[in-house]
Design a protein around this ligand. Structure first.
Ligand SMILES: [Ca+2]
Ligand SMILES: [Ca+2]
Length: 512
């Protein structure tokens, strides 16, 4: 800045010297009297033309002072703005329990002193830019390689990164999962759903109204199917439903719809009991796979720890958030395995609590969801046939839940209709895809569930399929997330352990 000032002064030194007083009288000679003269030399005309120019030079000194004042005020404003941005970035992102500054860069490792529990005054979650479908960004995630990240869709914001994992890393993760042992991803009938109905104490009319999505006073097959899949985990097709209606004599007028009167005659678990009597095959469940969980914190295999660091760099989220999220889930689909289209996390209502912050929230709300802000999905092998990840409504112009099942075409059914979805990702060893399950709230934090993030695993036609999931859990209630991290931080100090650990997830799994 001082140099700029000097240049300014130097420039004015070259300006013509200030005009003499005598010259100021010249304009009078060029007044109307001059036009009365018969003869006027070209020289005098030139003089008349020059005078106003010289007069402006007389003003240039004050003009120069005014410009200088504005210039300095401008420079001072710019410096003040830069200082504000600098200090603001430095302080906004500190998060309780964080071992890394919450600056939006996963690469910045900044220690937070022990005992640091100050609640942040501002909050901001970094969110990557997709720009447009097909856009490729180069990433520096590991020392010896440059990764390329391609935007696959904007609704949801979805990316793919080939060779995110090396062949060796895929092999080790797969073998660790086998060593630990896998369990069925879904038992035949989910328990605990009746408790929710009882807790809410809903009348049949109220349940009917909840199910009647288009509020036309009738329950269409798709309204029943959507509900049943969530409630029981049993994947009903429209044909199954016709079979159940006939078996239970639930639709005496035979119009394929349930009226309120017909609905009243059904007990709340009529469908469930009917299906249990008939028997349910694995292929008739919402998901048909086996899975296990791998802890990624200190003491775990270095590849698992490396993977978590890479995810932190990829998402640019604070490491504390990633560290306190769910462990790595490894899933194995055998030939014929599938996972029908679903959301990885649920909608957020005022009463909703997140599984990971539930202890901190001290809430007795029956509405709970996993609050998985981001899903990072890794393909650990290349599948011989099928097994794609489908996003049936990605970048669709609109989203309507009811229109997902129309004219006997059920877009959620990944055994039948994977080819009819908008976007499919081929499972290739080492590739990662990741997407945001929630939109931004417009203020830098987690907003509503992104309905376009609906996705599923197409049926494995040939061979088997191994994938792994990293979910990053963030509570849409910022204060609750901050309070949770404070609690974890205090627990961590009391135990003097090397790293804060989540209070929910890892305790439920045996560490490798
Ligand atoms: Ca209806
Ligand atoms: Ca009917």
């Amino acid at each position: 800045m001082p140099q700029l000032s000097v240049q300014f002064f130097q420039k004015t030194d070259e300006d013509p010297p200030c005009i003499r007083e005598a010259d100021l009288k010249r304009p009078e000679d060029c007044s109307g009297n001059a036009r009365d003269r018969d003869m006027e030399s070209q020289e005098s005309v030139n003089k008349c033309e020059r005078v106003p120019l010289q007069k402006s030079n007389v003003c240039s000194r004050s003009y120069f002072i005014v410009v200088m004042v504005f210039f300095h005020v401008y420079i001072i404003n710019v410096i003040a703005l830069l200082l504000y941005v600098h200090y603001n970035n430095g302080s906004e992102a500190e998060f309780p329990g964080s071992s890394q500054g919450f600056t939006g860069s996963g690469d910045t490792h900044r220690s937070v002193p022990k005992g640091h529990t100050r609640a942040p005054t501002q909050h901001f979650l970094p969110r990557l830019e997709g720009l447009r479908v097909g856009h490729v960004q180069k990433l520096s995630l590991v020392s010896d390689k440059v990764h390329e990240m391609r935007t696959l869709s904007l609704k949801p914001l979805l990316f793919e990164i080939p060779d995110f994992l090396s062949e060796e890393e895929c092999r080790v993760v797969l073998q660790l999962a086998q060593l630990k042992g896998l369990m069925e991803s879904q038992v035949m009938v989910l328990e605990g759903q009746d408790d929710l109905t009882e807790q809410l104490n809903l009348s049949p009319e109220e349940i009917f109204s909840l199910l009647d999505l288009n509020q036309d006073g009738q329950l269409q097959p798709q309204e029943i199917l959507t509900h049943s899949r969530v409630r029981d985990g049993i994947w009903l097709t429209p044909e199954n439903l016709r079979e159940i209606y006939a078996g239970l004599n639930a639709d005496p007028d035979g119009n394929g719809l349930l009226s309120l009167e017909e609905f009243r005659h059904l007990s709340s678990d009529a469908f469930q009991r009917f299906l249990q009597q008939r028997g349910v095959k694995r292929s008739q469940l919402v998901r048909n796979s086996r899975h296990t969980w791998l802890y990624q914190g200190p003491g775990s295999h270095h590849i698992l720890q490396d993977l978590r660091k890479r995810v932190t760099r990829l998402t640019k989220l604070p490491s504390a958030l990633v560290e306190l999220s769910e462990p790595l889930q490894v899933v194995h689909y055998e030939q014929g395995g599938h996972y029908h289209a679903h959301y990885d996390s649920g909608p957020i209502y005022p009463e909703t609590v997140c599984t990971h912050t539930r202890l901190a929230s001290n809430s007795s709300s029956p509405f709970e969801t996993s609050c998985r802000y981001i899903t990072v999905l890794f393909y650990l092998n290349s599948v011989e046939g099928g097994g794609e990840t489908t996003f049936p409504v990605a970048d669709n112009r609109t989203y309507e839940e009811v229109s997902l099942i129309q004219n006997n075409v059920d877009l959620l059914d990944t055994r039948k209709n994977c080819d009819k979805g908008n976007l499919r990702v081929k499972p290739t060893r080492g590739k990662a895809v990741f997407w945001y399950n929630y939109l931004s709230d417009g203020r830098g934090w987690v907003g509503e569930l992104d309905e376009y993030s609906l996705h599923g695993g197409c049926v494995v036609a040939s061979g088997t399929k191994w994938v792994a999931n990293n979910w990053i859990n963030v509570d849409p209630d910022y204060q609750r997330q901050a309070h949770y991290q404070e609690m974890v931080s205090q627990k961590h100090q009391a135990e003097d352990s090397p790293e804060p650990r989540p209070m929910q997830h890892s305790d439920a799994h045996i560490d490798l």
